[in-house]
Design a binder for this molecule. Structure first.
Ligand code: ASP
Length: 348
């Protein structure tokens, strides 16, 4: 349900959706956002108000940093009372990281924040950008019979799928079906109708005002295990100056080698107050450190489970928690809870 007074703000940060081809070099380069509106005249026919704002400079999302996340949060916070929903146009490359981060940074969010982008520039004939943009706007504007926003969450909408943002990963550099939500159901399937799955959508406590957060601490690292990883690599990674948190991408259900040198390096890092979160390299499933001896050992030395978190969400959550100057013990406790539906914590 929408009315003529419904309003959506489109925030264009960059990415392929608004790019054009340099005729000399053939490379894709960002162009002025007004061009985007020229390419989607359909936007003027939506029947409600759509406003746009463009970042300056607009960037390729491979150059995204926490300051860019804070900028997105600032624009949403500044315009929160003026609009019913927000669409963030963002490059696909790091969209899952940004959507994860922003989901933590917008505490008590009560309106839709829908990220989208495209694999082909919106001006190209076979573009996926138009579909993605128009439906993202419709979802951002949508309300139920009682006037409540249908999806008051940070989401990614891509190729007819609406996903909780902090559950997503980019899985294809080629196909329109570029994002998946490996461990959480879709929030909506889009065909002729937009079919929301209300049971999976999180509705906040409406009395709580939006609380934007801006500080993220990037003293974190992702350490991906591989057969043959050597001590020097692990040692260097865990001894980076100022390091506070590690996302350890382990094997299968949270397993890692039990070499003495490897365990010594992890023990030493834990003793120095570094929080190590175990996530799986597998594309679906959860860490279960109690399942195998190789996982038990990690748990015994103080590595904590990231359960079914994506690497993107675990990393963003560590940055967010350390950005609030929590102690390692407080971060460990916070990692064991779901803040905004980013993780499924099994019942103890
Ligand atoms: N390199 C682009 C970006 O992430 C790719 C895209 O938008 O799909 O900004």
């Amino acid at each position: 349900m929408t009315t003529p007074s419904t309003s959506v703000l489109i925030i264009y940060t960059g990415g392929t959706i608004g790019m054009t081809q340099n005729t000399e070099t053939g490379a894709l380069e960002p162009f002025d956002f007004n061009h985007l509106l020229d390419n989607v005249p359909e936007l003027r026919r939506l029947g409600y108000s759509v406003s746009t704002t463009q970042f300056d400079p607009i960037i390729d999302s491979s150059e995204t940093e926490p300051s860019q996340w804070a900028k997105i949060v600032q624009v949403i916070a500044d315009n929160y009372n003026k609009y019913d929903g927000f669409v963030v146009l963002h490059g696909t490359d790091t969209m899952a990281y940004t959507a994860s981060a922003v989901s933590f940074m917008l505490e008590n969010l009560g309106k839709p924040v829908i990220f989208t982008g495209s694999q082909l520039p919106i001006g190209m004939l076979r573009t996926d950008g138009k579909e993605n943009l128009i439906t993202a706007i419709e979802i951002a504007a949508d309300r139920d019979e009682s006037g409540r926003p249908r999806v008051p969450e940070v989401c990614i909408f891509f190729d007819n799928k609406l996903m909780r943002g902090n559950r997503t990963c980019k899985v294809s550099a080629q196909f329109f079906n570029a994002f998946v939500s490996p461990n959480y159901p879709l929030l909506a399937h889009v065909g002729i109708n937009i079919n929301y799955d209300d049971v999976e959508i999180h509705y906040p406590d409406e009395d709580m005002p939006l609380k934007p957060h801006f500080n993220m601490d990037n003293n974190v690292v992702v350490l991906k295990l591989f057969p043959g990883i050597n001590r020097q690599v692990v040692h260097q990674a865990l001894n980076i100056e100022g390091l506070k948190g590690v996302v350890l991408e382990s094997f299968g259900s949270g397993n890692a080698p039990r070499y003495e040198w490897f365990l010594d390096e992890l023990r030493d890092a834990v003793a120095r107050g570094i929080v190590i979160v175990n996530v799986t390299q597998c594309s679906t499933g959860s860490v279960q450190m109690e399942l195998y001896r190789t996982g038990n050992t990690l748990r015994d030395i103080g590595v904590i489970s990231g359960y079914d978190s994506t690497t993107e969400a675990a990393l963003a959550k560590l940055m967010f928690l350390f950005g609030h100057h929590l102690t390692p013990q407080e971060v460990i406790q916070a990692m064991k809870q779901s803040y905004v539906g980013e993780v499924t914590v099994p019942r103890q």
